[in-house]
Design a protein around this ligand. Structure first.
Ligand code: PLP
Length: 356
């Protein structure tokens, strides 16, 4: 039985075209006089996002960290949505490495409350407040099950930040999913932020890498911080080549991942409406709530594993499923069948548990 892996879109394998371009890539030394293939990826990323320049980094985490180091002065305050990936999953690099304090702003589906955001802004170090050094957004929003920030919200945050002279960085690990869902060129999304970091390693299927894009002067300064944290790429063209193919050929197909996520969500909802809130499925992430089943996420994961379906825990009673290039309609059907089997097993086991 082949295993269906729904844990993440980072499980995507490079395409044949990527492997060919990687093999044939012209290489240089990116931190000396440049690697031509890295340069091509950076130029392509900048052109697509409507920014002046781009900088290749190994990961989304590194891109976000370099953005924090570049934009904000040590000791400053970063404002960002309370469940941002930067806070949940990036191990406190914001404080430990960038030397920044942060204030989580409560949000709805990943969108910060604008009133609370504005109230939290401070122009500079004051008697009782740290100066705001940076505002961060995240789209699509991982914790909010892949929610897409509305463009009006992004525009409002950007305008607010500008009024107060604060730069804006966006964690756009799945920026292209957001653009595809909104049906707009990615530059329309990126227009509402000073810098954005997106990953080519997720649904876009390249094996490694992210690109931080923004104004030329900001990106030049960012290069120094990338070097400082060990992110010099040297002959990086070998991996950048896959990123170029990702941007050239893999963006439009993200709509397929959104369609399979819908199919998956509807299938699970039909088994038990408590499992999935259909209105929360916007892109390629589906959160499954196991609470009503009386079973933990860990119990579901173990039982689904037995059925050949791998899933990941998001919390004690939430699973996160992510659709990607290797999950077609047949894989979704098999996954839904596995969920139905497990749901039935748990339902049958429940009276016995109560009797004990
Ligand atoms: C929203 C978001 N930001 C940043 C990252 C970090 O990317 P990486 O794993 O490349 O460091 C991820 C990874 O899943 C993510 O989902």
């Amino acid at each position: 039985m082949t295993v269906i892996d729904l844990r993440s879109d980072t499980l995507t394998k490079p395409t044949e075209a990527m492997l060919e371009r990687m093999r044939a890539a012209e290489l240089g030394d990116d931190s000396r006089d440049g690697d031509p293939t890295v340069g091509k990826l950076e130029a392509l990323a900048a052109a697509l996002t409507g920014k002046e320049a781009g900088m290749f980094v190994v990961s989304g985490t590194m891109g976000n960290l370099v953005a924090q180091l570049t934009h904000a002065q040590r000791g400053g305050m970063v404002l960002l949505e309370a469940n941002a990936h930067i806070l949940r999953s990036e191990l406190g690099g914001i404080a430990q490495i960038a030397g920044l304090f942060h204030k989580p702003i409560p949000g709805e589906r990943g969108a910060m409350n604008l009133g609370l955001l504005e109230a939290a802004i401070s122009p500079g170090l004051a008697r009782q407040r740290l100066g705001t050094g940076l505002i961060c957004m995240e789209t699509t929003h991982n914790d909010a099950s892949g929610a897409v920030l509305p463009l009006e919200h992004m525009a409002a945050v950007h305008a607010l930040a500008r009024r107060h002279g604060v730069p804006v960085h966006t964690d756009g690990a799945r920026l292209f999913n957001a653009a595809v869902k909104l049906g707009v060129p990615v530059a329309r999304v990126a227009a509402h932020t000073d810098t954005v970091c997106f990953c080519v390693s997720k649904g876009l299927s390249a094996p490694i890498g992210s690109v931080l894009v923004g104004p030329r002067a900001v990106i030049e300064r960012a290069r120094a911080f990338r070097r400082m944290i060990g992110g010099n790429l040297r002959q990086g063209g070998g991996i950048a080549a896959a990123g170029i193919v990702a941007l050239e050929t893999m963006v439009e197909r993200l709509a397929d991942d959104h369609a399979t996520a819908q199919q998956l969500a509807k299938g699970l909802h039909a088994i038990d409406p408590h499992l999935v809130a259909l209105d929360r499925v916007e892109t390629n992430i589906v959160q499954v709530d196991t609470a009503a089943s009386g079973r933990s996420a860990a119990e579901w994961i173990a039982a689904l594993d037995q059925e050949g379906v791998r899933t990941g825990a998001w919390s004690a009673t939430l699973l996160r499923l992510v659709t990607h290039r290797h999950i077609g309609r047949a894989e979704v059907e098999r996954s839904v069948a596995a969920f139905a089997t497990v749901a039935q097993q748990f339902a049958q086991a429940r009276p016995r548990q109560v009797a004990e």
